[in-house]
Write a protein that binds this ligand. Structure first.
Ligand code: 13P
Length: 291
């Protein structure tokens, strides 16, 4: 089916207390593994792309690959731009057919983040696609964005309320709640009270960033409290590499490249399927589509 905006499916997810996986693709094979995993379990899926990856391949080529794979898939798929600070890149993705984008103004002072998020909101509303916006500062490393422990900052509740007030159609809202990008050094300290307070007041689905390394219990608690979008990047990127090198270690003399592509695909798809089951989005494709 054609690429779809993620807003309606995320609202369905939040209302029905499951999470839609949002995986950061790397190339065609990784996008194929993500969409094949969703198809195998009849789950809605968000294929998201880090800015460096967009710049590496070009927005048009990425959109063409994902559109082609989504067209052949029986499940709803959204194509989303992850953590983008540059409005020009956002425009390029919109022009290339992205169905949602994230503006990340979290490094800006609140008023500036709000003003630019509102400008991008006007662009996405005009294009009929979804917007994700962030406040607070999510820790860890995502792409070129490095937020050290001493720089990470939970979202301020009053700012959350003020932030979303004039953007009622925001597809998903990303307040920093204590999770971090990359592999965790210890157990993530999630501010469940803050998340609960936010979702009691704000009905927009919440994005759970920093999914790699969270426990099943943490996923379940966050999803139960209103996180409709669950982001996984580091684990997927790591399996992308391991899929190749593990087979290389096993069969150092093999010269045929296609088994490597298959091994990589199998490793990534297995993880996608495991997360879909944990997030409870298996079997939800048709209901999410109808939403
Ligand atoms: P991880 O890299 O920790 O999986 O986080 C993904 C993410 O939140 C992308 O925005």
């Amino acid at each position: 089916m054609p690429l779809l905006p993620m807003g309606p499916m995320l609202r369905h997810a939040r209302a029905n207390r499951y999470g839609i996986a949002a995986y950061n693709m790397i190339d065609f094979n990784s996008a194929r593994a993500i969409i094949d995993g969703a198809t195998a379990l009849d789950a809605p899926m968000i294929v998201q792309v880090s800015v460096k990856t967009v710049k590496h391949w070009g927005a048009k080529h990425v959109a063409t690959w994902v559109r082609m794979l989504a067209n052949d898939a029986p499940v709803p798929v959204a194509l989303h731009l992850d953590h983008c600070t540059d409005v020009d890149v956002i425009r390029r993705c919109i022009d290339a057919g992205w169905t949602s984008v994230m503006f990340d103004g979290s490094a800006l002072p609140f008023a500036e983040n709000l003003a630019t998020s509102q400008q991008v909101y006007a662009l996405t509303e005009a294009a009929g696609i979804g917007l994700e916006a962030e406040i607070g500062a999510i820790g860890g490393v995502e792409d070129d964005k490095v937020v050290n422990d001493d720089q990470s900052r939970l979202a301020n509740f009053d700012e959350c309320v003020a932030f979303v007030r004039d953007m009622p159609n925001l597809a998903v809202f990303a307040p920093a709640i204590g999770t971090a990008h990359g592999f965790y050094k210890g157990e993530a300290k999630i501010a469940y009270d803050l998340l609960d307070r936010i979702t009691q007041t704000i009905s927009i689905p919440i994005a759970l960033h920093g999914g790699t390394g969270l426990t099943e219990e943490q996923f379940h608690r966050c999803i139960a409290l209103g996180c409709g979008k669950v982001n996984i990047s580091t684990m997927h990127k790591s399996l992308f590499i391991d899929g190749f090198i593990n087979l290389r270690a096993e069969k150092p003399k093999m010269a045929e490249p296609l088994p490597f592509i298959d091994a990589q695909h199998a490793a990534m798809k297995a993880d996608v399927m495991q997360c879909i089951r944990i997030f409870g989005s298996d079997g939800r494709a048709q209901a999410a589509l109808a939403a």
